[in-house]
Design a protein around this ligand. Sequence first.
Ligand code: SF4
Length: 302
Amino acid sequence: MITTKPTIEVARSAGWCFGVERIVQMAEKLLDETPDGPVYCLGELIHNPQEVARLRAKGMVFVKSHEELPPLKPGEKRKVLIRAHGVAPSVKRALHEKGYEIYDGTCPLVTIPQRFARELAEQGYRLVIMGHIEHPEIQGILGHLDGLNAQVDVITGPEEVDKLRLKASDRVGLISQTTHPFERFAQLIGRVLEHCLEVRAYNTICQATFDRQEAIRELAQRCDIVIVIGGRNSSNTCRLAEIASQYTTCYHIEDESELKGEWFWGKKHIGISAGASTPTHAITAVQAAIEQLVSKLSTASG
Ligand code: SF4
C-alpha cells in the first residue's frame, strides 16, 4: 500500500546513444530522399520493436540477410542500409556485386573491436572475444578475420575461461562486445592471466554503454524498484536489467503497456533507465504512466 507518493528518478545516462541516433537519422534521410522506395535494411535497424515498426510504416524494408535482397534489373538502383552493428566485409562485397547502393551506418565505436580483432589475429594472438556468438556485432567482428588462420573463441564471460583449456605459452588477445559490462571484462582479463604469461587486452566497451551501466548501478542502490525500458532482443538493455537486479527489484519492459500497478505498492523511490536503442519519447511515456499508476494507488490507499 502506498502512503506517501514515491519519487521517480530517471538515470542520469539513459536511452539513445550517439550510434543509434546517427543510424536513425541516416534511415530517415534515406527514406525522405527515396519517396518511391523501397529502402532496404540488413536486419532490424535497432533493437527496439516500436522504432522498427515506425520505420517500416515509412517504407523501410527489413531483410534478415543480403541473400534475401531481390536481384536488380539492368539500370535499376536500390539502396541498402547497414545498421550500427556492422557487417563482415564479405557482406559488403556481396551487396556491391548485386549492384546495391550501400549506406554504411556502422557505429564508429563498433569498428574499433573489428580493427583490433584483425590486428591481434595478424600478430598471431589467440583471440578471445567476450560476447554472444549469435549477436550481429560479433558476427561482423568474426567476418573481419576472414582469410586469416586465426584461433578464435567467443565466450560470454570469465566463468567460461576453463573451457578454453589455455596453456601458459598461449599469447592471448582479448576484446569485448561493445555492450558488455566493464567489470566482467576486467574479471576475464584476470582469469586469463592466471593461465597465460602474455595477455593483450583492448577495452572495446563503448563509453555510452559504460556510462549507462554506471548510472543504473548508482541509481539501483538508492531505489526499491527499477524499470528498464528497451527491446528484449537488445543486448545492452538486458545488461542494464541484469545490473539493476543485483541491487533491487527490476522489471524489463518494452513499453508502458506492460507496467503493473502492484509493482509499485509500498515503494518509495522508483528508478527508470533505458537501453541505447530506446527513444526519449518512450522513456517519457513510461514515466508518465508510472506517475498515473502511483497517483491512483495513493488515492486508493488514502
Ligand atoms: S551502444 Fe555504443 S557501440 Fe553501440 S551503437 Fe551505441 S555508441 Fe555505438
